[in-house]
Design a protein around this ligand. Structure first.
Ligand code: NAP
Length: 248
């Protein structure tokens, strides 16, 4: 008997990075996994194959999380294929970093749409089926940057802070129906998103982390497994950092 046997999880943006790490850990614990991607069909196909080796049902869907109608179609397709959605991880995200002086309106809007509006799109589309089941766990991936701010990331920080307000509000709205909603605030996690950063900046980040290392997708995935499981059944409305102590 595994921790997540019989559960069905939907993860947005799992073709790479943290989302991919989550998909693998959830599958290892027995959860079936539906996941989305946007521009990496080969990586998505590879992941689908790898997930199936854990003896669970797995399927990747090409779907733009920032598109409201696409989110409705995605949830309908996943419900049709899997029968139920117990856990949603709103993970898809992008950065378009620049100082405010040089930040374009387009890059501000793109980050808000992909990182924040996507959480509204997917959560709104899935809530009806979770209400019917009278249970659910919604896990939103925020960031320490949404708590603390970061120069050069006003768009990203605003999107991640918005996720925290959204998470707490949904926890209040849906708690009486046994639907939990929590946010995870990762610190510096080594993925393609952070691989583009200036090495001097990365060195500074590492030195400022009490555990003296960047995190891995598995570090975040372990908390996702816990929040997806019934072991966290009395936890809702929380923002939990996975940051090596960065914000301490
Ligand atoms: P990543 O390696 O760049 O991967 C991003 C993933 O999101 C990819 O699978 C990508 O899919 C998907 N994606 C992007 N736009 C999408 C859209 N519109 N619709 C659907 N999928 C979309 O990033 P990561 O580091 O794993 O980050 C994952 C999440 O953690 C993000 O929300 C990020 O903000 C958050 N986070 C990351 C860190 C960190 O240090 N890495 C820290 C704090 C929070 P395709 O490749 O198919 O386009």
């Amino acid at each position: 008997m595994k921790l997540l046997d019989q559960k069905v999880t939907l993860i947005t943006g799992a073709s790479r990075g943290i989302g991919r790490g989550m998909a693998l850990e959830l599958a290892k614990q027995g959860s079936s996994v539906a996941f989305t991607y946007l521009s990496s069909p080969d990586k998505a196909a590879e992941l689908e194959k790898e997930l199936s080796t854990f003896g669970i049902k797995a399927k990747g869907y090409k779907s733009d999380a920032s598109d409201f109608k696409a989110a409705e179609e995605l949830i309908a397709a996943v419900l049709n294929d899997f029968g139920r959605i117990d856990v949603v991880v709103n993970n898809a995200g992008i950065t378009r970093d620049n100082l405010l002086m040089r930040m374009s309106e387009e890059h501000f809007d793109e980050v808000i749409r992909t990182n924040l509006k996507s959480v509204f799109n997917i959560t709104k589309a899935v809530q009806k089926s979770m209400l019917k089941e009278r249970k659910g766990s919604i896990i939103n991936i925020s960031s320490v940057v949404g708590v603390k701010g970061n120069a050069g990331q006003a768009n990203y920080a605003a999107s991640k802070a918005g996720i925290i307000g959204f998470t707490k509000s949904i926890a209040l709205e849906l708690g009486s129906r046994n639907i939990r909603c929590n946010a995870i605030a990762p610190g510096f996690i080594e993925t393609e998103m952070t691989a583009v950063l200036n090495p001097d900046v990365v060195k500074q980040w590492r030195e400022a982390i009490p555990l003296k290392r960047g995190g891995t997708p598995e570090d975040v995935a372990n908390l996702v497994v816990f929040l997806a499981s019934d072991m966290s059944s009395y936890i809702t409305g929380q923002v939990i950092n996975v940051d090596g102590g960065m914000l301490t």
